[in-house]
Design a protein around this ligand. Structure first.
Ligand SMILES: [Fe+2]
Length: 368
């Protein structure tokens, strides 16, 4: 029997910085599409499949730490692990391969000065989905839950927090929202931007609505464009959770579920929404809903001050007509399965089918 390691076991090792070598044996293009940050690569898939004994002789691996072999679904990586084991390595095959790795996550804490508030950024490392757990004294809010509800429940319980409110910034198209299920499991209130799309009960938030607790103030800022209901959440006038409206180096795409005319209209709305955000204080820290790169296990939050993004993103400095034309010209391919994912998110339903298959592929919500 080939020794294997689960996604959760490997994730936990990487999160605590344990020494481990990851060897990805997939074809080069698959590796370039996405991979576990820090992994070594050798294009040995075909050779291993053919049981070529020289398949892995070109790679130099450390002998003093475990080696985890990775392929697309965890089959050929077993041949690789067996081969390495016979050559004296402490080798394991990643169960389920990169498909299963889609649900791996890491966390990073964002420092909040002068308030008993903690923000934990929970990152789906493969897809680049960023969600947030905000702890305030004994309660917690969650924004854009994209992982199994148990992940957030455990993180909150370990800090002594009880999740009382769960928010989404918009109806997502690239991953299944877990917010409804998290709200049900935790007994929290589910809050979504006001819209007629979701067919399940929720508390609607409108522009300017504010939730006040003893130490926090969270204000909804309606920022249509990426979707018509897209809403950002401003915490204590200092942190802005922007969903897919504004990213660290790019802006949201306006075209999903839209023909060209509607995409142009939404791009124009996005222009106004972005300029509404740019009017906030320059030191406002932007915490986006996605990143386009696989997230490393480095504990470093993904985000930037508004001033830095303003300087970095040229699209924020062009006239509206140029902005609209540029966005339409730069549209990336649509996310895989986005129509089915949107339907499920509107229904608030997590299907029995293989979710990792449905959510496969990198995030495609941004335009640079
Ligand atoms: Fe989105």
């Amino acid at each position: 029997m080939t020794p294997t390691i689960t996604v959760e076991e490997l994730r936990a090792l990487l999160e605590k910085g344990a020494p481990v070598t990851i060897l990805d044996i997939r074809p080069t293009q698959d590796f370039l599409d996405w991979h576990i940050p820090g992994s070594l690569h050798v294009d040995a898939y075909d050779a291993l499949k053919a049981h070529d004994p020289t398949a892995l002789t070109v790679v130099e691996l450390p002998t003093d730490q475990p080696v985890v072999t990775v392929c697309a679904s965890g089959k050929i990586s077993q041949i690789a692990a067996d081969f390495l084991a016979t050559h004296g390595f402490h080798a394991f095959s990643l169960e389920g391969g990169m498909k299963a790795w889609s649900l791996a996550w890491s966390s990073a804490e964002i420092t909040v000065n002068n308030a008993p508030v903690h923000i934990i950024q929970v990152r789906r490392t493969g897809k680049g989905c960023l969600s947030y757990l905000i702890g305030i004294e004994k309660e917690a809010f969650v924004i854009d839950a994209s992982l199994d509800p148990q992940v957030y429940l455990d993180l909150a319980r370990n800090r002594g927090w009880h999740i009382t409110r769960v928010f989404d910034t918009h109806i997502h198209a690239d991953h299944l929202s877990r917010s409804r299920q998290l709200a049900e499991r935790s007994g929290a209130i589910l809050l979504l931007p006001d819209q007629q799309r979701a067919s399940f009960p929720f508390t609607a938030l409108h522009d300017g609505d504010t939730i006040v607790t003893k130490d926090t103030m969270l204000t909804a800022l309606h920022t249509p464009g990426h979707t018509l209901e897209s809403t950002c959440y401003l915490l204590n006038h200092a942190f802005l959770f922007t969903g897919d409206t504004l990213f660290s180096t790019s802006v949201g795409r306006p075209d999903l579920h839209a023909d060209e005319q509607e995409a142009r209209a939404r791009a124009a709305l996005l222009y106004h929404s972005l300029h509404k955000l740019l009017a906030l204080p320059a030191e406002t820290f932007i915490l986006p809903g996605h990143t386009s790169q696989p997230v490393p296990f480095d504990g470093v939050p993904i985000g930037a001050r508004l001033a830095e993004i303003d300087e970095r993103v040229d699209l924020l400095h062009v006239r509206r007509t140029v902005f609209v034309e540029t966005l339409i010209q730069r549209l990336p391919p649509t996310p895989p399965n986005y129509e089915r994912i949107t339907q499920l998110n509107e229904a608030g339903f997590l299907p029995d089918e293989d979710i990792t298959e449905l959510e496969a592929g990198a995030n495609r919500c941004a335009i640079t």
